[in-house]
Design a protein around this ligand. Structure first.
Ligand code: HEM
Length: 443
C-alpha cells in the first residue's frame, strides 16, 4: 500500500527547500496510478489523479462528495456562505450571485481593470527592484474594490484600500485545512488576526456609509437584498465574512497566477515579445474575441500558467456515503483530494508536461482533452463562479503590464512554490525596465 505524508513536507513544518513540496505530491502518483493512498495533514485520505474519476467526484456524482467538514471550522471565511455549504443552501448562494458574473458585466469591467493596473505600475521606477507578489496583490485587490465592490464606495484613502492588499498577501500563506500547519501563519492571517479584524471593520464601516447602494447585479447588493436569513441566507454577522471571502477569492488567486506569469515571461525564451505585441494588437486583449478554442496569445499564456502553476493546487471532498470509485471501496467520511498540480503534469494528457508552451493551446488540445483533465477552476456545480472574470482580469493585467514594462529575473534559479492557500512563489524579486526608457537605460 502506498503511503505518503505530504503534510510533513509542507512549508510551515520546515523551510522550502530546493525541491518543492508539490513535487513530492506529484511523486505519489508518478507511476501513473489513478488513486493513491496519502496522509495529508495527518489524515489518511485518497489522492485521485484520473480525469474520469475526477469527473465522477466533481460532476457526475457530486452529491456523493461534499465539502470537507474540518475546513469549515476556524476558517478565514464564513461557514455559512457559498464556499462552505452544500446542496440547497449552496445552490441558493450560487443563484444569488449569478447576475454579477454574467458575461456582459465581466466585459464592462475590462477598462477599469486596465486603468487600475496602470495606476499601480505608475508608481514603479525603472531599475528599482520590486517584490512582484506584493505588487500583484496591490493590483488585484485594487481591481476587486474598483469593480466587484465599487458599490462599497472605497475612496483612495480608506483603510480598506491600504489593508486589503496586505491581507491578500498574508492569505496566500494561510493553510488550506483546519489540520494544516498552524503557528505564525494562522496568527497573522486567521479569523482573529489584527489585520483580518481591521479589514472586517473597514468593510463594516463602508457598508454603513453606502447603505442602500447596490442592486442584484453586485455582490454587496445581492447579499443585502437576500432576505432569506439562515439557513438559506446569511445572518448580518455572516455578511461581512462573505464579502471578505469574495475579496480574498478574487484577489489571492489572480495575484498568484500573475506572479507566476511574470516569472515565466522572464525565464522562457520567446514569450515576452508576443505578449507585448498582444498588448497593442490582440483583439482578445482589448476585450473582445473568443477565449476558449481560439485564444489570443495573452489568453494562451494565462492558460499555460494556470496549467503549470494552478493557484488552487488541491481540491478536497468528503464521501457522504459508502461508495465505489475506480474499483476502490470508499467508506463514508473518507476524504478525497484532487490536485490540479499533479493532474496538469501527467504525460499521458500533456506532451512534454514540464515545458511552458502557450502554443500547446493553439491546436485542438483542449477539445481533445478528456473532461476534467484541465482544472484550474475546478468543474461541476461548485466550479469557480468567477472563472470568466478571472480570465478577463488575468489577460488584461498581463498585457497592461507587459506592454510597458519588462520584468527581469534577479536569480537564475526557478522560484520555489509554497503550498499555502494558493501555490505561490516563495519570493519573487524582479527588476522592472520601462520599454520607453532611453536605450542606454534599458538593459
Ligand atoms: C486565477 C483565478 C482563480 C482561480 C484559479 C480560481 C479557482 C477556483 C477553484 C478551483 C474553485 C473551486 C474550489 C473547490 O471546489 O474547492 C473556486 C471556487 C470559487 N471561486 Fe475561484 N478562482 C479564481 C478566481 C476567482 C474570482 C475572480 C472570483 C470572484 C469573486 C472567485 C470566486 C470563487 C468563489 C465564490 C468560489 C466558490 C464557488 C462555489 O463553491 O460554488 N474566484 N475558484
Amino acid at each position: 500500500m502506498f503511503r505518503f505524508d505530504i503534510g510533513a513536507l509542507l512549508p510551515g513544518r520546515g523551510r522550502p527547500g530546493p525541491q518543492s513540496p508539490v513535487d513530492h505530491l506529484a511523486a505519489s502518483v508518478e507511476d501513473g496510478r489513478e488513486i493513491a493512498r496519502v496522509t495529508l495533514w495527518g489524515k489518511e485520505s485518497l489522492l485521485v489523479n484520473d480525469p474520469a474519476l475526477i469527473n465522477d467526484i466533481l460532476v457526475a456524482r457530486h452529491h456523493d462528495f461534499g465539502k470537507v467538514e474540518g475546513t469549515r471550522k476556524g476558517s478565514l471565511v464564513s461557514a455559512n456562505g457559498i464556499l462552505s455549504t452544500d446542496d440547497t443552501v449552496h445552490l441558493h448562494h450560487r443563484r444569488l450571485h449569478a447576475p454579477t458574473f454574467r458575461k456582459g458585466k465581466v466585459e464592462d469591467a475590462a477598462v477599469t481593470m486596465r486603468e487600475t493596473a496602470e495606476s499601480v505600475t505608475a508608481t514603479w521606477r525603472h531599475g528599482r527592484l520590486l517584490d512582484v507578489v506584493e505588487e500583484m496583490c496591490r493590483i488585484t485587490a485594487g481591481i476587486a474594490l474598483a469593480t466587484l465592490f465599487a458599490d462599497l464606495g472605497t475612496a483612495p484613502s480608506t483603510p480598506l484600500r491600504e489593508q486589503l492588499p496586505l491581507l491578500i498577501r498574508h492569505a496566500m500563506e494561510y493553510p488550506m485545512a483546519e489540520a494544516g500547519p498552524t503557528g505564525g501563519r494562522r496568527r497573522r492571517t486567521g479569523p482573529g488576526a489584527p489585520l483580518t479584524l481591521a479589514v472586517k471593520q473597514a468593510i463594516r464601516q463602508s457598508l454603513a456609509e453606502c447603505e442602500g447602494h447596490g442592486g442584484p447585479g453586485s455582490i454587496v447588493g445581492a447579499l443585502r437584498a437576500d432576505n432569506a436569513g439562515p439557513p438559506h441566507g446569511l445572518s448580518r454577522d455572516d455578511l461581512v465574512d462573505e464579502i471578505l471571502l469574495f475579496m480574498i477569492a478574487s484577489s489571492v488567486t489572480n495575484a498568484t497566477t500573475l506572479s507566476w506569469a511574470f516569472h515565466e515571461l522572464a525565464r522562457t525564451a520567446g514569450i515576452a515579445d508576443p505578449v507585448r505585441a498582444a498588448a497593442v494588437g490582440d483583439a482578445s486583449a482589448a476585450g473582445g474575441g473568443p477565449a476558449v478554442f481560439a485564444p489570443g496569445y495573452a489568453d494562451r499564456v494565462v492558460m499555460e500558467v494556470l496549467r503549470l502553476h494552478p493557484p488552487v493546487w488541491i481540491l478536497s471532498r468528503q464521501a457522504r456515503t459508502d461508495t465505489v470509485l475506480g474499483g476502490w471501496k470508499v467508506a463514508s467520511g473518507t476524504v478525497v483530494h484532487i490536485s490540479p498540480y499533479t493532474l496538469h503534469r501527467k504525460p499521458d494528457l500533456y506532451a512534454d508536461p514540464q515545458r511552458f508552451d502557450p502554443d500547446r493551446w493553439l491546436g485542438a488540445d483542449l477539445r481533445h482533452l478528456p473532461p476534467c483533465a484541465y482544472l484550474p477552476f475546478a468543474a461541476g456545480p461548485r466550479g469557480c463562479i468567477g472563472e470568466a472574470f478571472a480570465k478577463r482580469e488575468l489577460a488584461t493585467i498581463l498585457t497592461a503590464v507587459a506592454g510597458r514594462w519588462r520584468l527581469a529575473a534577479t536569480s537564475r534559479r526557478p522560484a520555489v512554490p509554497v503550498a499555502g492557500m494558493t501555490l505561490h512563489p516563495h519570493r519573487l524579486v524582479m527588476m522592472p525596465y520601462a520599454h520607453n526608457a532611453p536605450p542606454k537605460d534599458n538593459r
